[in-house]
Design a protein around this ligand. Structure first.
Ligand code: LMR
Length: 435
């Protein structure tokens, strides 16, 4: 009965690792998947993660019971605080509901399904280009996917004018996916002034922001700096969704630990988010009350958040019942302990700095070889990836002749590079562009 099943293509990102693993060459280099490697080319488990795991093992009172559908409560609270800031008014006003999900992907999927069920607009705008999984996640969640211009291949920088035009002509209320920082795959982020323009435009049109925050702390080395875009939107009191991942910043790739936060409109209605959650989850009577009495307003807003949570449970329960306990316990242990937290920020900064130093090294190596072209974008782009501008034929050549593995769009994971392997990559790029 399955004889008709056709072979599906490998995943454009994870499939690169599959091909890499099959290659017997001793010089092979995997710059495909965004996963951090040490200078020795090895995956790393952070010291703070080891310490947190030790604490968890030593605590004999810990059991392996099911978590609630929404996950570990402490983890959820700490995750919201991490992305929104310790003094976030939205948290204090109970306007945020956070559920533990299966890393960034799971958070996006749960958020997407919630929107498909409860939001009046089913179109999500994603940047062009974006992470290859985004369109698939949102399509399968039941949303229809559209794109907005983001990257300009001629400057290898932002197409900010195109972005403003496309979001400006998006239908009112449309959902817009935003990379919180370290845009994947381009490594090109808006400046703070540009973020502010994006925020104003989106709020004026009632566009709903859905942030994908997969690299907090990884781009600049500062957790606060990398959360700035999200916090700008959170500060205006409007609605927004945030998907967080701990894969990169805590190195918990395989633990699949992340969170989805949904922020509802603030109780004084100063947010310009369109008030859709309020309309959806308030009846008109309670809406009236909301506008009259401050105390009731606070309760009602918190009530919207809790009703949103009740619906998120209906999305999660038939999908995977409840999330796994181990990764979330590690994260919670680190985030709640001042010493571990501080140690984490140091380890995180060291990873970010190593990636930044690889940019300079690669740029210098290309320069020394007299590689034709302007490679300054390598040092200008930020985060885990460089969008090299190499085309798919050049990539295929580099893989075939130099055993360098990367995605066919020319993206390389700077986190997979080391001082030892930079010369080999520079040789491969030189050969690809001069042949
Ligand atoms: C990547 O873009 O390489 C990472 O986000 C890993 C993945 O799941 O694709």
């Amino acid at each position: 009965v399955f004889a008709h099943v056709v072979r599906a293509p490998e995943d454009p990102i994870l499939g690169v690792t599959v091909a890499y693993n099959k290659d017997p060459s001793p010089v092979k280099l995997n710059l495909g998947v965004g996963a951090y490697r040490t200078e020795e080319g090895k995956p790393v488990v952070l010291n703070v993660v080891r310490q947190a795991e030790q604490q968890l093992v030593n605590d004999r009172s810990r059991v392996k019971e099911y978590l609630p559908i929404v996950g570990l409560a402490e983890f959820n609270k700490l995750s919201a605080k991490l992305i929104l800031g310790a003094d976030s008014p939205a948290i204090q006003e109970n306007r945020v509901t956070t559920v533990q999900c299966l890393s960034g992907t799971g958070s996006l999927r749960v958020g997407g399904e919630f929107l498909a069920r409860h939001y009046h607009q089913r179109t999500i705008y994603i940047p062009l280009p974006t992470w290859g999984n985004h369109p698939k996640v949102f399509t399968l969640a039941g949303l229809s996917v559209n794109t907005y211009r983001y990257y300009d291949p001629t400057t290898r920088g932002m197409n900010f004018q195109g972005l403003l035009e496309d979001l400006g002509s998006a239908p009112s209320g449309a959902i817009v996916l935003l990379h919180a920082c370290a845009h994947n795959p381009t490594g090109v982020d808006p400046t703070i002034q540009q973020w502010e323009q994006i925020r104003q435009l989106m709020r004026s049109k009632g566009l709903l922001p859905f942030f994908d925050s997969a690299y907090q702390g990884f781009a600049s080395g500062s957790l606060d700096a990398d959360a700035q875009s999200v916090r700008m939107f959170a500060a205006d009191g409007g609605e927004c969704l945030i998907a967080q991942s701990y894969a990169k910043n805590m190195g918990l790739y395989g633990e699949r630990v992340g969170a989805l936060s949904i922020m509802v409109l603030d109780n004084v209605g100063k947010g310009k988010g369109g008030g859709w959650l309020k309309d959806q989850f308030f009846d008109s009577h309670s809406h009236m009350e909301c506008c009259c009495l401050v105390t009731i307003k606070v309760c009602k807003t918190a009530d919207v958040a809790s009703r949103v949570e009740s619906q998120l449970k209906l999305v999660i329960r038939p999908m995977y019942s409840n999330p796994p306990i181990h990764g979330a316990s590690i994260v919670a242990t680190i985030l709640k302990d001042r010493n571990l937290y501080d140690e984490w920020t140091i380890e995180l900064k060291a990873m970010a700095d190593r990636i930044i130093s690889m940019r300079q090294k690669l740029f210098d190596a290309l320069h020394v070889r007299g590689t034709p072209g302007d490679w300054s974008h390598i040092v200008k782009q930020i985060g885990m990836f460089t969008f090299t501008g190499l085309n798919s034929e050049q990539v295929a050549f580099m893989t075939r002749e130099y055993h360098v593995y990367m995605t066919s769009d020319g993206r390389i994971s700077m986190a997979g590079l080391s001082s030892r392997t930079v010369p080999h990559l520079a040789d491969a790029i030189y050969a690809a562009v001069t042949r």
